[in-house]
Design a protein around this ligand. Structure first.
Ligand code: HMG
Ligand code: MG
Length: 301
């Protein structure tokens, strides 16, 4: 039987939230629509956060209402509090993601709240979402290191992930926010976390700052995780995580998994076309090694 892996495309949210140049909502809409033509089944479509904190996500409502929503695709959005949840529900979001951290300092810098206070904010969000049959995903940042506190104890990750799971998040995405994780570190962290939350309810969210993201995905696969967040063209970074680079490139993940006999449902050729288009639109080279290698190969034919 083919092993199946679910990819959560975060390029239009994590990928663009840190972008310095103003990106017109029409480009984000175009990006999401193009991505939904590549076989991706989950495409993060924005964040209903304070525009003072993340200006790039300010028009998430315009983006959400502008996309062509396909029945086979889910379009989750981030919400930090009830205000964000209500705005997301008002435009018809069917899935939201709440986010906190395993590091107190990062939680303060990212959301102006302690870890406990983030839970105070989103406990009512999760209750309201359940009432409205809106599904909730949970994010934990800094699971393998924090830009302010350094090493993070796996017990702290397990504690926060367990709380999210107990509150009703169907899946907990474990974020290596600054990409400092390694194969060994992921294994150690997941050995601990899977004793609290089953691997079937976990996702890996690896930024590729140190070039370890694919190795980290392999480590997570070994531990039973089958859901990974990734970003077309390797776009991304968190505005409150100094030095964080983009997410692992979706093309590179698809190339690795499909060649290992694991089905992602993603059309790699179509995805590389989208990667080249968004990179050109933003005025840069794709960060995906696979997309760059294929372009070089084409050029020499
Ligand atoms: P605060 O300043 O403590 O809260 O921010 P506040 O309630 O005092 O609100 C401040 C202002 O924002 C007020 O406006 C509110 O009305 C407004 P003012 O009165 O000053 O004009 N406001 C809102 N506006 C729109 N939508 C809302 C909202 N809430 C308040 N929902 C807050 C607290 C959580 C709002 C703020 O810190 C915030 O928005 N933080 C978001 C940071 C963020 O989005 N970071 C990136 C996403 S997380 C990430 O990238 C990591 C991840 O990828 C995983 C990984 O890699 O680790 C997921
Ligand atoms: Mg991230």
């Amino acid at each position: 039987m083919t092993d199946t892996v679910r990819l959560v495309e975060v390029g239009a949210r994590d990928g663009l939230q840190n972008e310095k140049q103003t990106i017109d909502p029409s480009i984000k809409i175009d990006l999401i629509n193009r991505l939904s033509g590549c076989g991706l089944s989950i495409i993060e479509a924005g964040a209903f956060v304070s525009p003072k904190w993340v200006p790039q996500m300010a028009a998430s409502d315009t983006v959400f209402t502008g996309i062509e929503r396909r029945a086979s695709v889910s379009y989750p959005v981030l919400v930090p509090n009830m205000r964000g949840f209500e705005a997301a529900a008002a435009v018809g979001a069917e899935e939201v993601a709440v986010f906190t951290a395993a590091s107190e300092t990062f939680s303060q810098k990212n959301t102006n709240a302690s870890i406990d206070e983030t839970f105070d904010r989103f406990a009512p969000v999760i209750r309201a979402a359940m009432d409205q049959r809106i599904t909730v995903r949970g994010y934990v940042s800094c699971v393998l290191g924090c830009p302010f506190e350094g090493d993070i104890d796996a017990d702290a990750v397990a504690r926060v992930a367990g709380r999210l799971f107990d509150l009703g998040c169907y899946e907990i995405s474990l974020g290596d926010t600054i990409g400092v994780g390694t194969f060994g570190g992921v294994r150690t962290m997941l050995d601990r976390v899977t004793r609290t939350v089953p691997a079937a309810n976990l996702a890996g969210h690896f930024h590729d700052t140190y070039g370890q993201a694919l190795a980290n995905i392999l480590a997570a696969l070994d531990s039973g995780v089958r859901v990974f967040d990734s970003s077309v063209s390797g776009l991304g970074g968190c505005p409150y995580a100094p030095g964080a680079s983009g997410n692992v490139a979706t093309e590179d993940v698809v190339y690795m998994l499909e060649n290992a006999g694991m089905a992602t449902g993603v059309d790699l050729g179509a995805l590389m076309t989208v990667s080249r288009w968004i990179s050109e639109t933003l005025g840069r080279e794709p960060q995906s090694r696979v997309t760059r290698a294929c372009a070089a190969h084409e050029a020499h034919r």
